[in-house]
Ligand binder design. Structure first.
Ligand code: NDP
Length: 453
């Protein structure tokens, strides 16, 4: 059974039987049949449907946000913003897909030669629970606009979100089969990837899941895009305004209760300001309000699942054992929900879980660097390479440093965030391929050369 459980109250909201093999087969065939028709539709028609999806997202904003809040504990304010962002990405690709997919003429020895962008077919999306709407729309808006059809295998703890997304596409008027949800567990994914009708896979989630899915897709010679974890560095140079950067740092760590792949996780602070920054950082962490995620004044509530909370606590415990100092928090909150105290670990160095692993929750690792060069070296001493930010009054210096970060998304004096207009993705163990912008829509297409004598 796939269970939908409120992680704040621990209440079971709903449960669903996993779909059987014959039903999965039907849905794959339906996705393929829909593809034959969908790819031929004029782009304008696909764009009009995508605009309609955006309008429906806005119309249903309150109820969709409520669903996220109940199913995975996201605070209401952030859930509402997530639905807005999904509408934005739909509108963005409805507007620009035509431009991004325009044939490109190339002068060669042919009388005419050009590049065209044809859809691949049925694409499987394996998605996580942390941004249960955004992660899906970030993939679906460009993939569908390019003429592909989609099968969603959502995380098992957010089946209601998965069904609500499927309904949005249907209610907007998309033909049945263009976007479908498969209610299946992770053990059923392999057969779907191997299915002849499925042409490509995208996964957002853990490194472990990424490795498994990519191995199967590799064996079947199918394209993959992987957006995996991160342990983003947040470099603080000595010339900053400590108070305002510490406030930003807490914001960067605590978005979605710390459960974001691009949340800042390792705060690498120049020794000259380490003590002052630490003090200011803790003061801002103290101000955060714990409570019911449905209350608009709540800053943090429950993590998405109890096992994730326990895993986080185990990482904190191991880090402390290895020598990290716990300056704030460091344990679960006494509550029925999967709640964890905002935690600050100081004196973190390589070799500790808080440095080497992804800590997916409200835990910040403070790391001291004796110089700018050492800060950069520490930032790059990670198996991950998703995002990173540099904070300094000297913007040019910040830019030079940002360019040397081994990450897909390098920011100066700004919190790392995704934006439909900019490519998003990582290097190293954070995955490969890009989402969003022109690069995202060109991942799931056949870049076809046409040469005419
Ligand atoms: P997972 O990576 O296990 O889950 C993400 C998605 O992958 C889910 O749909 C899951 O399905 C599916 N999945 C998991 N294993 C496999 C597999 N072997 N084959 C096919 N599909 C699979 O994340 P968790 O929810 O367990 O979270 C664990 C950690 O992953 C977090 O603590 C965090 O570090 C990282 N993570 C990173 C995210 C990111 O945004 N990059 C998002 C979520 C997690 P099912 O739910 O059915 O298992």
């Amino acid at each position: 059974m796939i269970q939908s459980r409120n992680p704040y109250t621990a209440e079971l909201l709903n449960s669903y039987e996993e779909e059987k093999a014959y039903r999965i087969e039907e849905k794959i065939q339906q996705a393929h049949a829909a593809f034959i028709e969908w790819r031929r539709r004029p782009l304008d028609e696909r764009a009009a449907l995508m605009q309609r999806v955006a309008a429906l997202l806005r119309e249903r904003k309150e109820s969709l946000a409520q669903l996220m809040t109940q199913e995975m504990g996201k605070v209401r304010r952030e859930a509402l913003a997530e639905v807005e962002k999904c509408a934005w990405v739909c509108e963005y690709y409805a507007t620009y897909a035509g431009l991004f997919l325009t044939e490109e003429m190339v002068h060669t020895d042919a009388s005419r030669s050009y590049v065209r962008f044809a859809p691949l077919g049925v694409v499987l999306a394996v998605m996580p629970w942390n941004f249960p709407f955004w992660q899906v729309f970030r993939f679906a808006a460009p993939a569908l606009m390019a003429g592909n059809t989609a099968l969603l295998k959502h995380a098992s703890n957010v089946p209601q979100c998965a069904l609500a997304i499927e309904k949005l596409f249907l209610d907007a008027g998309c033909p049945a089969g263009v976007f479908q949800t498969l209610l299946i567990g992770s053990q059923a994914v392999e057969a779907v990837i191997r299915h002849d009708r499925v042409r490509a896979v995208t996964l957002t989630g853990s490194e472990a899941a990424g490795r498994k899915v990519a191995a199967i897709a590799g064996e079947s010679l199918k394209k993959t895009v992987l957006e995996l974890g991160g342990s983003d560095p947040f470099i603080v140079l000595p010339d900053v305004d400590i108070e305002s950067v510490a406030a930003k740092a807490v914001q960067a760590r605590m978005i979605n209760n710390g459960q974001s792949c691009i949340a800042a996780k390792r705060f690498i602070i120049h020794a000259d300001v380490y003590d002052d920054f630490t003090e200011a950082f803790i003061a801002h962490m103290h101000k955060l309000r714990f409570g019911n995620p449905e209350d608009e004044h709540t800053d943090y509530a429950a993590m998405a699942r109890h096992d994730l909370r326990d895993e986080l606590h185990e990482q904190v415990t191991r880090s402390i054992k290895a020598g990290a100092m716990c300056l704030l928090g460091g344990k679960p909150i006494q509550h029925a929900g999967a709640c964890y105290e905002p935690t600050v670990l100081a004196g973190v160095v390589p070799g500790m879980p808080a440095f080497d692993e992804e800590l997916f929750g409200p835990v910040a690792a403070l790391i001291k660097a004796s110089s700018t060069e050492e800060a950069l070296a520490l930032a790059n001493r990670s198996s991950y390479g998703l995002g990173g930010s540099v904070w300094t009054a000297d913007t040019l210096k910040g830019e030079r440093l940002a360019q040397q970060l081994e990450v897909g998304c390098a920011f100066v004096n700004g919190i790392v965030k995704s934006d439909p207009r900019l490519p998003f993705g990582g290097v190293k163990h954070s995955g490969y391929g890009r989402e969003l912008s022109i690069f995202g829509i060109r991942e799931f297409v056949n870049i076809q050369t046409v040469w005419i004598a």
